[in-house]
Write a protein that binds this ligand. Structure first.
Ligand code: AHZ
Length: 329
């Protein structure tokens, strides 16, 4: 195998080193052998005997992360659309909006460290994911393979669906995912005609949100947005957050999720995905806590298409909210 790197690589290696030892080391080791395809012989790509990473100072790593995070906090403090919850419905909404409207800034707030919500497995911890037609069109858009079983399709692992969807969302330049971050309240505005609407979200690190009962004075942060799409799932420790908050104030009615009926549930959720309160579009299973829709259990087409419909609904109200914001503060 050859240890010679292209001239441009050698130049950058040499200029990043401070002493001759390092230069010699890197010359003989950190050379990617482009003529040796990984499929043919993995071990010949690098010379492991002399292998060494490029040097770095710890503070450089710290600054590489924090400068970008704080720039994002600054940029997304005024978002166009905030999506609460990065489960299957939330990420489907994010993908649809961000792809259709590259001019809009989309912030996704996810309480967990990992995205996906209930979508890393199918039902009862089984791997395969069932989607009823016509949700197969969403899989084709994402280029996810599936088995066609007639009225429904099967993806071999639910994690394949959610990780592919997430990777496509995160690759879009107008999206920022703030994970390990909880929405713990909503921002409201009252217009001159006395109408209250949602104008943003109140956030905190999830670990802080979980400790309001035993620590005091841990004030939150805020994000203003024209439209909020809430996809926090059905009731649970964190679930149905926005519906529960507004229902607690008497601003909307809270109705418990109905028992399982796949046929009623999926149509009901998708068709009724809408702005449930001015400025707040509700999608996915959170909607069942507001409308009393049946649960559908382990069939996921409605989550994908509720996300798609939420994107359309949010864009429909976006221009109106934008105009109201300009007249407000
Ligand atoms: O962590 C939650 C999850 O990832 C997140 N979340 C909840 N409250 C939040 C808050 N701030 C930020 N206050 C919050 N994030 O929201 C995500 C919800 O994902 P999910 O998979 O639970 O909801 P979904 O509506 O996208 O999909 C639901 C799928 C179904 S159907 C069903 C049944 O019929 O029984 N069960 C599930 C899980």
């Amino acid at each position: 195998m050859s240890n010679m790197a292209p001239a441009s690589v050698q130049t950058s290696v040499v200029t990043t080193q401070r002493n001759e030892d390092k230069i010699l080391n890197l010359k003989s080791s950190n050379v990617f052998n482009a003529e040796s395809p990984i499929s043919k012989a993995v071990s010949s790509v690098y010379d492991w005997e002399t292998f060494k990473f490029a040097p770095i100072r710890e503070s450089t790593v710290s600054r590489a992360m924090t400068s970008r995070y704080f720039a994002d906090l600054d940029k997304y403090a005024e978002s166009d659309i905030v999506i609460v919850g990065a489960g299957s419905a939330g990420l489907s909404a994010a993908y649809t909006i961000a792809k259709a409207r590259p001019d809009l800034k989309i912030a996704i707030i996810e309480a967990n460290v990992a995205v996906g919500g209930g979508c890393f497995l199918g039902g009862q911890l089984f791997s395969a994911m069932v989607l009823r037609k016509p949700a197969d069109s969403f899989l084709r858009d994402l280029e996810i393979e599936y088995e066609d079983e007639g009225d429904y399709v099967v993806v071999k692992h639910a994690a394949l669906f959610i990780t592919t969807l997430c990777s496509k969302v995160l690759a879009l330049p107008n999206v920022k995912l703030f994970n390990a971050t909880c929405v713990e309240d909503l921002i409201t505005r009252t217009t001159e005609d006395g109408q209250t609407r949602i104008a943003g979200v109140v956030t905190n690190w999830t670990l802080v949100t979980m400790h309001h009962h035993d620590q005091s004075c841990m004030d939150p942060n805020t994000i203003n947005a024209k439209v909020i799409i809430s996809c926090t799932g059905h009731d649970g420790p964190m679930g149905a957050f926005c519906v529960k908050r507004l229902a607690g104030l008497g601003l909307i009615k809270r109705n418990q999720m109905g028992c399982l009926d796949m046929n009623r549930a999926e149509d009901g959720i998708v068709k009724n995905t809408r702005e449930v309160f001015p400025g707040l579009v509700c999608a996915g299973m959170e909607l069942s806590e507001c409308d009393s829709h049946n649960r559908m259990g382990p069939t996921f087409g409605a989550m994908a298409l509720s996300g798609v419909k939420a994107a359309e609904e949010a864009l429909n109200v976006y221009e109106l909210r934008k105009k109201q914001d300009e007249q407000s503060y």
